[in-house]
Write a protein of this length. Structure first.
Lengths: 344, 675
């Protein structure tokens, strides 16, 4: 990652009186949340967090409620003022930015989609979507033309003159999405955007985000408490607990090698065959395996390998970067499926 | 006060004896019981001593020095820099605005009693304004009511009142909306402003008048300034509330797009708070009307003056006629501002039948018609002055007078016996219990009660308030006012509980009563005196009945909201376990609505106090009489001013004590659960 879109270093957010002293204080900053609350009446929502988000990546921040993930995402554009640390967006330090600079960042570079939509009830869909453009001074015809494009893109054509309270939750969030897209930002932050929606609509909206990401290639930081959503959308996932990072990696990293018991519990109900790649079940090459057997890429999802392995009379070879790294057979696939069944 | 407390106290120990022993309520009960014992013992043994009675015409040294202060102000008005550079210019500026409106709508200074734009022009213009801010229905109502003022023979008086209300409301908005915006945006401003507004709203309209007349002289300017002070709190409060109520996530979403503070105010906060702000304008307007009518006591022209004069000469017919005008004006102002707030509702645009353009065209055409009407009024006599042969005022007055005589002579058996019965059996004994007990005994009793309700702080406050009243030399008059207030509040609470429970339990009763109560609350305090004057004559009893009727709506509404606010699950579970309706009311609904009941008592008390004081106009004695007399006779001006102050301190004391009573149960629950 030579030139990350967002780079976060040693970020702290401490709520409470005198919170600004805690990150620098070696003794206090080492305390657990409960002890810290007891001793200083402060709550550290984000503690000493560092990570990079690559350009065009979907980076998911996951954790249970109260883990500090929403605070973290708000710290990125200083909707919540961080206590200490560094946030670089395109190499510029957000925490050092002046008011005008910060406003420019919010207007052009980073926009946000919210859990409860945050739409303006007194404005039509068209005016809600063009709100950001109005704020930065675009003329009426210009912003309406742009907003109509975006409205079509998010699938709301025909609803331009409706008011938010006339739309369903899913459609309201499409408006929120359109508002975030209208300014053509490089990065979009999502704060649990689909938690308030029905499961079916949530699935549609997830597909929508995947589609938009493919079409527009924006960098996305996506906060969620839903593991399946994280696995579905995330190129990489950061799991947080009590404001601290627990593990950061790709979906199959988390499922295949959980960093601790907490993550293990977390991912225990994930259907492993759907997430893990062949890499995780590859065994050393046996002498008996014929060298001309079928070859599969190690990054193939296990479930997608099932037909090839089941139809082959002998074990199948696994390659990585053009080199054979090992083999898999029916037993190795069945053991994964069986483990999933046992867990269920 | 202690009448209420005794009711509350006897209700309390009952559950205490059933459950495990609790220390605090029983200690409170002991304190309250001992206070009652001291009081009765003091009354019986020391009856008539140290009552601090001061005959109506007598003054204390303090009153005399206030008189001298009044004289000093009068003598130095012309050359004192404070007056020269602050008060007098302010007065002239307000006067200029007020006379702009009064000459336009009511009467020019030529003495012809003709408005600048004639009666037809006035009706036309006001109807057009109602159409522009509201809808066709309120515009027709406006036209009908203003024409009716002419038929009543009160066109000039009514338009005077209207012009003063308009002036005051415009100035109120000029002050109130910016302050409200500041208070809505900055928590610190709100923290400074809120206690001031709380305090201002506990004061009866009456007490603003004397100090303002002292500084700004009597007349329209003082009336407008008093009105602005009285009408500003609801405007400030609701504006701030409207802005603060905007959900955080909406605000955050707008911030995330990079709005500046001004952009946020213009695109988010003001549009989203618009409806609440217009509701504030509605409440402010109703408050303004109430104050402008009472300001007749400091020579504000208009309907108020007609009513005051009629009340003083016991001319029921004229009072009813003018009172009716006030009621109609209140209805028009309420309907028009309510229609304006409907229009301000988010999304109301899409429900309209007319497109914006058609509407603008129609308004333009109708405005042209108004201009024609104005022009007509300036050229033709019948359009300038309301035609005399349509003036049915004298006939209305006559008819009401004979109806009132008929009622008084035929219902006298009922009205007189009710009045005498209540006065003899309740009012007089209770009043003498307060006035004939030595003051030190009563101060002790009230201090003990205050301590029981709110600890040392409240006891100190109550004692201090009583100390000030004694210092003002008006102890005895204050006790007369207190007696009337407490009796009326007790009745108000009974009404509040009976009707509030009925409304809280049945939505049909609620639907039936609520519009009546809403209408009752919009009326200026003073018109309540008029019908009861017709029924009961000029006595203390009349003022108390008017106070009860004036205060009952607010108490009933708060109680009803408290009862219907109880979670339906709780009521359902009580019914499911086999409770009778009576058991549900007494064991579940009333105890759970206790806080609302205390709030109802608090608000009821403040309303009653306002009315009992105004009741001086129809023969209630006490502090109100001193205030009114102070306006009339400059020799007792000082006493009137002191009486105004005494009302303030009496009000503060009762307000804080009922508030403490409201807060106390909530405080007890956590302390019980922790032990």
């Amino acid at each position: 990652m030579n030139n990350p879109a967002i780079s976060v270093r040693n970020l702290w957010k401490v709520f409470g009186p005198g919170g600004e002293k805690i990150p620098a204080n070696r003794e206090l900053s080492a305390l657990s949340s409960a002890e810290l609350l007891e001793r200083t009446r402060c709550v550290a929502a984000v503690r000493n967090l560092s990570f990079d988000v690559a350009k065009g990546e979907v980076f998911v921040v996951m954790g249970l409620s109260g883990s500090g993930k929403s605070t973290l995402v708000r710290c990125l554009t200083r909707l919540i003022e961080p206590t200490s640390g560094q946030v670089l967006v395109d190499g510029n330090d957000v925490l050092q930015a002046g008011t005008a600079e910060l406003r420019e960042l919010r207007r052009r570079k980073v926009s946000m989609v919210f859990q409860h939509f945050g739409l303006l009830p007194h404005r039509t869909v068209l005016d809600n979507v063009s709100y950001g453009l109005q704020i930065r001074g675009a003329g009426k015809s210009e912003r309406h033309a742009r907003a109509r494009e975006i409205i079509e893109l998010v699938g709301l054509k025909g609803y331009e003159q409706h008011y938010p309270d006339q739309l369903s939750g899913g459609m309201q969030q499409r408006v929120g999405l359109g508002r975030a897209l209208s300014g053509d930002p490089d990065t979009i932050l999502f704060d649990e955007p689909f938690s308030a929606l029905d499961p079916l609509i949530r699935r549609d909206m997830q597909a929508e985000v995947i589609r938009l990401h493919k079409e527009m290639g924006k960098t996305m930081v996506f906060v969620t408490h839903d593991l399946s959503e994280a696995l579905k959308l995330g190129d990489r996932i950061l799991i947080m607990r009590n404001g601290e990072p627990v593990q950061c990696g790709t979906g199959d990293d988390l499922v295949g090698s959980p960093a601790d018991k907490y993550i293990e519990d977390f991912v225990s109900e994930v259907p492993r065959a759907d997430v893990l790649t062949l890499k995780w079940i590859t065994r050393p090459l046996a002498d008996t395996t014929p060298r001309d057997a079928a070859v599969l890429n190690s990054r193939l999802i296990i479930r997608d390998a099932i037909p090839a392995v089941m139809h082959s009379s002998c074990p199948v070879l696994v390659e990585e970067g053009g080199r054979i790294t090992g083999q898999i057979d029916r037993d190795s696939i069945l053991s994964v499926l069986q483990a999933a069944e046992a867990a269920a | 006060m202690s009448v209420l407390l005794q009711v509350r106290k006897t209700a309390q120990p009952a559950p205490a004896t059933v459950s495990e022993p609790r220390r605090r309520p029983s200690r409170r009960a002991i304190l309250l019981l001992s206070a009652a014992a001291i009081w009765i013992l003091g009354f019986l043994v020391l009856n008539g001593t140290a009552t601090l009675a001061l005959p109506a015409s007598e003054l204390t040294d303090l009153h005399r020095s206030l008189n001298q202060f009044n004289a000093w102000v009068a003598a130095n008005r012309a050359d004192n820099p404070l007056f020269l550079y602050v008060f007098t210019p302010l007065r002239s500026a307000v006067d200029a605005v007020a006379s702009l409106f009064t000459t336009t709508f009511a009467a020019t200074a030529t003495g012809l009693r003709l408005p600048e734009i004639g009666w037809l022009g006035t009706v036309g213009l006001l109807t057009w304004i109602a159409l522009a801010v509201g809808n066709v229905r309120v515009a027709l109502l406006t036209a009908a009511v203003f024409v009716f003022f002419g038929i009543q023979g009160l066109f000039v008086e009514a338009t005077y009142t209207f012009a003063l209300v308009l002036t005051a409301v415009l100035l109120t908005l000029l002050v109130g909306i910016p302050l409200g915006i500041l208070a809505g945006i900055y928590g610190r401003v709100a923290r400074v402003i809120t206690p001031v507004l709380d305090f201002m709203q506990t004061l009866p309209t009456f007490v603003y008048l004397a100090p303002l007349a002292l500084v700004f002289l009597i007349g329209p300017a003082s009336a407008v300034i008093a009105t602005v002070i009285y009408a500003a709190p609801p405007v400030i409060r609701l504006t701030a509330h409207g802005i603060r109520r905007i959900p955080d996530n909406t605000r955050e979403a707008s911030d995330s797009l990079g709005t500046t503070g001004l952009q946020r105010l213009l695109t988010l906060q003001l549009p989203m708070a618009r409806r609440t702000i217009v509701m504030g304008i509605n409440q402010g307007t109703m408050a303004a009307l109430s104050m402008v009518t009472i300001a007749a006591l400091i020579a504000a022209p208009g309907l108020g003056q007609t009513v005051v004069r009629a009340l003083q000469s016991l001319d029921v017919g004229t009072a009813v006629n003018a009172g009716l005008s006030i009621v109609l004006l209140a209805i028009v102002l309420d309907r028009v501002t309510t229609a304006a707030s409907r229009r301000a509702e988010p999304g109301s645009a899409r429900r309209r039948r007319l497109s914006r353009r058609t509407r603008t065209v129609l308004l333009g055409i109708s405005f042209a018609v108004v201009l024609v009407m104005v022009q007509l009024s300036r050229t033709v006599l019948w359009a300038a002055a309301f035609p005399a042969d349509l003036n049915l005022g004298p006939q209305i007055v006559q008819a009401v007078n004979s109806a009132s005589h008929w009622l008084q002579s035929n219902l006298s058996l009922f009205t007189v016996s009710l009045r005498e019965g209540v006065t003899g059996a309740v009012l007089n004994p209770f009043q003498s219990l307060l006035t004939d007990t030595p003051f030190y005994v009563l101060v002790t009793v009230i201090a003990i009660v205050a301590y029981a309700l709110g600890g040392w702080k409240l006891a100190t406050l109550a004692t201090a308030c009583l100390g000030v009243i004694i210092y003002l030399g008006l102890w005895s008059d204050s006790m007369v006012t207190l007696a009337g207030t407490l009796v009326a509040t007790a009745v108000v609470m009974v009404l509040g509980i009976v009707f509030g429970v009925a409304m809280g339990r049945s939505s049909r009763v609620d639907q039936f009563l609520r519009p009546l109560l809403d209408a009752g609350q919009t009326m200026p305090s003073f018109v309540y005196l008029v019908p009861f004057l017709g029924l009961f004559g000029a006595t203390r009893f009349t003022a108390i009945v008017a106070g009860i009727i004036y205060a009952a709506p607010v108490a009933i509404k708060i109680t009803a909201d408290g009862i219907s606010g109880i979670s339906p699950t709780v009521v359902e579970s009580a019914v499911a376990s086999g409770s009778t309706p009576w058991q549900v009311i007494t064991k579940v609904q009333l105890p759970m609505a206790r806080q609302s009941l205390a709030l109802a008592a608090n608000q009821g008390l403040i309303y009653v106090l306002a009315m009992v004081v105004v009741g001086a106009l129809v023969g209630a004695g006490g502090l109100g009489y001193d205030v009114v007399a102070g306006f009339v006779q400059s020799s007792i001006f000082g006493k009137g001013l002191a009486a105004g102050l005494a009302i303030v301190f009496l009000g503060i004391m009762m307000d804080r004590m009922t508030q403490a009573a409201a807060a106390a149960p909530a405080r007890r629950i956590p302390s019980k659960s922790t032990t």
